[in-house]
Design a protein around this ligand. Structure first.
Ligand code: FMN
Length: 340
């Protein structure tokens, strides 16, 4: 069973969320090669994009293997959002999403991200402007369940407006802006949104296993599930969730230590090839934390990776770490404490 978002027919109901500074091209390629069907670039600022900011343009980096792919915009000016959406459509992305969830103070104080939950009239103007600028692609919005109000009313209101503006789907992260990443995601609130609209609703928040995904669907009645942090260092999660949702009796095997080592080294190699050695060395400080989560003696290797810019040395450290692991090392775990 797949997921249809406007004209886009996805074979799986499991998708990967946009993750700033994480869901770059290497991350996406490693995940796609292990079963991920649809994912997003990290969010890009509409203002930076329309100004052709070099760093922002680099964030659009993709490849033929990296399809279908959604792009996500953050901004609150309807005209600028429309202009940026048209630029993204020209570049061949398969879907344009708008960010109404980012809780970061600086973003919120600009009236962007989750701040739009408090200003539904402006949010609707943004929806209509982007919809008007992008006729041929699915347009969606990803929001939190509310700004401060935990009831879910704000998400229901915004989802209705999104539907009226002609958007093709909404994603709801079951936390408020005020919660940031604390507490548990409220899947009931996702269910409230699902019951309020006819367009597909994608549920998000705290899904780390096939059992979590099954319960999210049961509690909320949602149409798709978006994985965020659960995908970091665990590119096998999509296939496991998909198999669980399809009710397949045969579960995909838990990756072996050798497979985990190979995935991390592949991730590193892709970082070097696509971003260059300097950026790859810096990014490995974060990436090696994901892949070593929950593994014995991970602290020493993380410290060592953080203390060198020499890519050859980083590779040696990672190989040595995995070669010393016992075959029955604990399975991949999400780095749950990471926040935006
Ligand atoms: C490091 C990090 C970066 C994120 N960047 C984005 C982003 O660019 N756009 C977005 O809509 N959400 C972003 N999020 C939120 C996630 O996409 C997701 O909604 C949230 O983590 C809840 O899902 P999870 O519990 O499965 O992680 C980010 C979250 C984290 C932890």
């Amino acid at each position: 069973m797949g997921l249809a978002i406007g004209s886009l027919a996805l074979p799986s109901r499991v998708i990967q969320s946009p993750l700033a500074a994480c869901s770059d091209l290497p991350f996406r390629l490693v995940a796609r090669r292990r079963g991920l069907g649809f994912c997003f670039l990290e969010m890009v600022s509409a203002q930076s994009l329309t100004r052709a900011n070099e760093k922002t343009l680099r964030m659009l980096q993709s490849s033929p293997e990296d399809r279908p792919l959604g792009a996500q915009l953050i901004g609150c000016d309807p005209g600028m959002m429309a202009e940026a959406a048209a630029l993204l459509a020209e570049r061949g992305f398969d879907l344009i999403d708008m960010n109404l969830g980012c809780p970061v103070k600086k973003v919120v104080s600009n009236g962007e991200g989750s701040a739009l939950l408090k200003d539904p009239d402006r949010a609707e103007r943004v929806f209509r402007a982007v919809r008007g600028a992008v006729k041929s692609l699915p347009v969606t919005v990803k929001m939190r369940k509310g700004f401060q109000d935990p009831s879910g009313d704000e998400a229901v209101e915004l989802a209705r407006r999104a539907q009226d503006a002609g958007l093709d789907a909404v994603t709801v992260h079951g936390r408020t802006q005020a919660q940031q990443y604390s507490g548990r995601a409220d899947w009931e609130a996702i269910g409230r949104v699902k019951r309020a609209v006819k367009i597909p609703v994608i549920g998000n928040g705290d899904v780390l296993s096939a059992e979590d995904a099954r319960r999210l669907f049961e509690v909320s009645g949602c149409d798709g599930v978006m994985i965020g942090r659960g995908g970091l260092g665990n590119p096998w999660i999509y296939r496991a969730l998909d198999a669980g949702l399809r009710g397949l009796r045969e579960k995909p095997p838990v990756p072996t230590v050798a497979e985990r080592k190979a995935a991390l080294l592949e991730h590193f190699d892709l970082e070097r090839r696509h971003l260059g050695d300097r950026q790859a060395a810096l990014n490995m400080r974060r990436i090696s934390v994901w892949y070593t989560q929950g593994l014995p003696h991970n602290k020493a290797v993380r410290v060592a990776v953080c203390s060198t810019m020499d890519c050859g040395e980083i590779e040696r450290l990672l190989r040595e770490f995995f070669d010393r692991l016992p075959a029955d090392a604990p399975p991949p775990q999400a780095p749950v404490l990471l926040t935006e």
